[in-house]
Ligand binder design. Structure first.
Ligand code: PMP
Length: 289
């Protein structure tokens, strides 16, 4: 597979030659932040939105970014060029750096920047248009006053455990509830459902990542006269939904066909899901002109 990796500006196409020191705090403690960008027609999508969120994540954990937006973007573009990919998956990781063992962030020397670019490949199941299956897992989403899901940090064990539980039960991905049993999100995507023609999604206050795709979809719905509401949702709302879909940078708008082994609505992608999917497609096409 075509790829390129940049570590603090050192480029290679060989992942075996791309390594970081074992004392790096990203490796030891998940003391890092990241963003996943993608290209459409070879052009990076929603760059400012990703950088805004990166800066919010950095501020939330008191991490100094190693360079300004322009310089980081330039390095990303260089890495994409070096990868020679048709369409790119771009992961930007910034760790707090290395230092002697110990949790105190003051032990860190300097932030380290890793850019990983690979060919954008999609799960065949996503492309089939049939929709995926979800399980509401027992693993709860991190409590927002413990490790806020709004921070896109390298500490994803909560989500790893959730998808592992879903997969073990034969589902494709997980829906996580919070401590009060409110619906939060999936493991790497936000969730929307449709009830009586209204688009519903949990509010940011419940403790979720502010997905860029979610934000774009909310805006597109508003602009196109589609009823939409950000409100607390519970398991019963999921179970009685007419339609459901996940959304994220890589998944885009991904229909959900079944939850906990029971079909959602007709079990096929519903009309509002298809509408949001085509509005989003149009938007990405316009943005990459
Ligand atoms: N929630 C979580 C936990 C995620 O990791 C992601 C992927 N970044 C999303 C939601 C979707 O966010 P976006 O639309 O910005 O990709």
């Amino acid at each position: 597979m075509r790829m390129a990796i940049s570590i603090d500006g050192n480029l290679t196409n060989d992942p075996a030659r791309a390594s970081i020191p074992v004392f790096d705090r990203g490796f030891l403690y998940g003391d890092s932040i990241y963003e996943v960008f993608r290209t459409y027609q070879g052009r990076l999508f929603a760059v400012n939105e990703h950088f805004d969120r990166l800066e919010r994540s950095a501020a939330a954990i008191g991490l100094r970014l190693p360079a300004g937006r322009e310089a980081i973007l330039k390095e990303i573009e260089k890495t994409v060029q070096a990868a020679g990919t048709a369409e790119s998956y771009v992961r930007l990781v910034i760790t707090r750096g290395g230092g002697d063992i110990g949790l105190d962030p003051a032990l860190a020397d300097r932030p380290r920047m890793i850019i990983l670019v690979k060919e954008l490949t999609l799960d065949p199941k996503w492309k089939s248009g049939q929709g995926i299956t979800l399980k509401v897992v027992n693993v709860r989403r991190n409590y927002k006053n413990a490790l806020s899901p709004a921070i896109k940090s390298g500490n994803y064990l909560n989500n790893v455990l959730a998808i592992a539980e879903a997969k073990a039960a034969g589902a494709d991905d997980a829906i996580m509830l919070d401590f009060e049993e409110k619906v939060t999100e999936s493991t790497t995507s936000n969730v929307f459902l449709v009830k009586n023609g209204v688009l519903l999604t949990p509010p940011l206050e419940v403790g979720i990542l502010e997905g860029i795709t979610r934000k774009i979809l909310l805006r597109l719905a508003g602009e196109n006269g589609i009823d939409v509401s950000e409100k607390d949702l519970w398991l019963r709302d999921l179970e009685s939904a007419d339609e459901m879909f996940l959304c994220g940078t890589i998944k885009e708008v991904l229909p959900v066909s079944a939850l906990d082994g029971k079909p959602i609505g007709s079990g096929r992608p519903g009309p509002l899901t298809m509408r949001m999917s085509s509005l989003f497609d149009e938007f990405t096409r316009r943005s990459s002109l």
